[in-house]
Design a protein around this ligand. Sequence first.
Ligand SMILES: Cc1cc2nc3c(=O)[nH]c(=O)nc-3n(C[C@H](O)[C@H](O)[C@H](O)COP(=O)(O)O)c2cc1C
Length: 467
Amino acid sequence: MHGPGYLDRYLGEYCLGSIMDLPVKPKKKKMTTKKSSSDDKESLSYQHALTKFAFKAKSKKQKLTQEEKEEQERLKNAENKPPLGTILSINDFEYVAKKVLPPMKLNYFNSGSDDELTLRENRRALSRIFFRPRCLIDVSKATTSTSILGVPTSAPFYIGSITGSELIQGEGEFLLTKAAIKEDIMHIIPQESGVSLDDITHPDHCLFYQYRFKSRKEVEDAPKLFAEIEKQMPQVKAIFLNSHVVGLGNTEKANKTLINSNSKDDEVSKILKYKLEEETTPTLLTWSDFEKIRNSTNVPIVIKGLQRKEDIVKACELGFQGAIISNDGGRQLDSSLSTIEILYQTRQLMNKKQLSNKKDFELFVEGGFRRGSDILKALCLGAKPGLGRGILYSEVYGQEGVEKAVRILKTEILRDMKLLGVNHVDELNENFLDTSSLDFRFNVNGGHDDLYNKNYTPMLAPHFKKA
Ligand SMILES: Cc1cc2nc3c(=O)[nH]c(=O)nc-3n(C[C@H](O)[C@H](O)[C@H](O)COP(=O)(O)O)c2cc1C
C-alpha cells in the first residue's frame, strides 16, 4: 500500500544512519497507545550521539574547527533543552529545534524553494490581516470543537501530511498519530511516510490519507487501491490527492547543506541525479484522471495543492469534496502567492458564484500557520488550516511535545475566539476581518518580524576549498 520512503531517496545514507543523533528508522510496527516521552528514545539517542562525539573529538590540545565547535554546542543544547513547561508557543518549539537538530535535518525541514520568497510570504501575508472583534457578547459557551469532513474533532485545525518525523524521533509518524488520538484532532498520513497506512491506522481513530502519484501505473491502479482502503480501513475518512505532480521545487538551502556536509563527488552526483529524475519524469495527470478516481470511490476525495481561485472553484463545481490551498510550505514554485491570499481571493470568487455555503465542499489551507490567531484568520475566510513544520518541530520533545503544541494552539484559539466575541467556529466569517492591507500588500513595520527572523535560517553560501 506504500511507496518507497521519500526520505530514503532524498537523503539516502547521508542522513538515515549517518547523522549522530539519528534514532533507528521504525520498521513495520503496530501502534500501541503507550506514550513515548522525550526522556526515553530521544534522549537515549542524544546520549549515544554524545558518546560518539566524545570518541571522535580531538584531544583538548588540538584546536576544534568552527564546524566542530558548533556541533559540540548543538549536542550540549540537545542534552539541556529548556523544560517543556517553559515552552509557550510554536515559535518556542521552532527555536529549540533550530538549536538541537543537525543542520542537514533542520534545513531539510525549513527549506523553501529557490529564494524562499513564497516561504516567507506565507507568514508575512498572515500578518497583513487584522481582526474586528465584537464586544459585549456572552462567550461563556465558547468551544474549539467542530467537525472536518464530517468527523468530529476537538480543534478546527489538523496535522498536515509531513514526511520526516523519523529524522527527529524514532517512531516516525506513529508518534504524530498517537498525539493526534490523545488530543482528539485529525491527522493526514502521508503516502511517503516511514510507516505504512495499514500499520498506522488505529481502530478508534479516524484519519486522512495523502497520496501523490509518481507514475501512470499508480494512476491506473488507484481505483483498486482506494476501494481496498474503503473496504478494509473505514477509519480513513478522506483521501487527499496531490495535484502538484510534475516534480519537487528546488529546495536549494537543503541541497546546499547536503552538498557542504558531504564533499565526495559521487555522493553529490547521486543527489543531483535524483533531483534531475524528479524534474524530468513528470507524471501525466489531468483533471479527468482525478474525476475518474473520484467517481470510483465513496471515500471523499480532496485535491491538495491548488493555487488559483479558478482551480478551486472548478474543483467545487466538478463535485470534489474539498480542496487544500497549498504551495507545499513554500517548497514548490517560488514567487507563487501566499496561501492565505489565495484563500482570500477564492472566497471572493466563491461568494460571487454563490458557492461559499455549499455544504458538500470543504476548503483547507496550509502554509505558515503558527498561532491560534493565524488559524482564526483562515476560519474567517472559510477554510480549516493544516499545520506542517510547527508540529514537526515540537517532536524534539517527543509525543509530549506534540501534545503540548496542539494544546497551546487550542488555548490560543479559544482565548482569541472569546476576544473576538464568538462561541463556535461556524460563527466566524469575513466580517471579523479587516483585509485592506492584504489588498495593497502593506506590512506593518516594513514586514520586519523579530520572532520570525530569530528562527529563520538564511540561504547558505558555497564553501571554499580548504587551503
Ligand atoms: C519537511 C516537509 C515534508 C513534507 N512532506 C510532505 C508530504 O510527504 N506530502 C505532502 O503532501 N506534503 C508534504 N509537505 C507539505 C506539508 O503537508 C504542508 O503543506 C506544509 O508543510 C505547510 O506549511 P508549513 O510547514 O509552513 O506549515 C511537507 C512539508 C515539509 C516542510
